[in-house]
Design a protein around this ligand. Structure first.
Ligand code: COA
Length: 192
C-alpha cells in the first residue's frame, strides 16, 4: 500500500511492533501494548529516542505550539521519562513506508494517597497528522493507552479537551465530568 492509498483507505490494518523488550531506544516494552495483526504499513509502538528525527515534533505542532526543541533537549527529556519507571507511556504511529511518525499520544500514571493509594492515568498530547485523520488511528491510540492504564492498575483515566473534540473521546468511552481549571504563569510561559 502506498502512502497515497493511505489517504483513501478507511480501514487500515495496524500492527504492533515486535518484541522490543530491552530495546534501549524504546521508552517502554511493547509487551504492554495489546497485539494487532502483522504485516501492515502502520505501526503502533512505544516512543523511541530517534523519533525526534522521524517527525514527532511536526505531528505535535498540529496540536499546539512546540517551540524550538533541540535534539539534545528531547533526548534529555526522553531519559527523564524513562528513568521515571512505570510513569510515562508515550506511543506513536509510524508509517513504515515513509518512516515518519504520523500520530502520538501520552499516558502519565499518577500515584495517589486517596482511593486506597490508587493510581490515575492522565492522557495528554493526542495528535494524528492531518493526512491520516478519520481512519480510526486516534481511537486506536486511545484504546492502547486505556489498555496500558488498566495494566498499570489505574482506576480511571482523565483528560481535558476542546468542546470540538468531545465526540471523539465519547466514542472512546469517555464522559464529561466536572470542569477543567487552569492558571497560567505568564512570567514562565513568556520564556518558553
Ligand atoms: C482529534 C484527533 C486526534 C482525532 O484523530 P482521528 O484519527 O482523526 O480520529 P478517529 O478516526 O480515530 O475517530 C474515531 C471516531 O471519532 C470521530 N471523531 C474524530 N474526531 C472528531 C471530531 N472532532 N468531532 C466529532 N467526531 C470525531 C470519528 O468520526 C470516528 O467516529 P466513528 O467511529 O463513528 O467513525 C485528530 O483530529 C487530531 O489530531 N486533531 C488535532 C489535534 C487535536 O485536537 N488533538 C486532541 C487534543 S485533546
Amino acid at each position: 500500500m502506498s502512502s497515497a492509498d493511505i489517504t483513501t483507505c478507511k480501514f487500515i490494518e495496524l500492527r504492533v511492533t515486535e518484541d522490543n523488550m530491552g530495546d534501549p531506544k524504546a521508552l517502554f516494552s511493547s509487551h504492554l501494548l495489546t497485539p494487532r495483526r502483522n504485516n501492515a504499513q502502520l505501526l503502533i509502538r512505544p516512543l523511541q529516542i530517534d523519533d525526534y528525527d522521524k517527525g514527532l515534533l511536526d505531528v505535535l505542532s498540529q496540536l499546539t505550539q512546540v517551540g524550538t526543541v533541540t535534539r539534545e533537549q528531547f533526548q534529555k527529556r526522553f531519559q527523564e521519562w524513562k528513568n521515571a519507571v512505570d510513569t510515562y507511556f508515550i506511543i506513536v504511529v509510524e508509517d513504515t513506508q515513509t518512516k515518519k511518525v504520523i500520530g502520538c499520544s501520552s499516558l502519565m500514571v499518577e500515584r495517589k494517597t486517596v482511593h486506597n493509594a490508587g493510581k490515575v492515568g492522565h492522557i495528554e498530547d493526542v495528535a494524528i497528522d492531518s493526512g491520516y485523520r478519520g481512519k480510526d488511528l486516534g481511537a486506536k491510540l486511545i484504546f492502547q493507552l486505556k489498555h496500558i492504564a488498566v495494566q498499570q492498575g489505574c482506576y480511571k483515566v482523565i483528560l481535558s479537551c476542546s468542546e470540538k473534540n468531545k465526540p471523539f473521546y465519547e466514542k472512546s468511552g469517555f464522559q464529561q465530568k466536572e470542569v477543567q481549571m487552569a492558571c497560567y504563569f505568564d512570567q514562565v510561559k513568556s520564556k518558553l
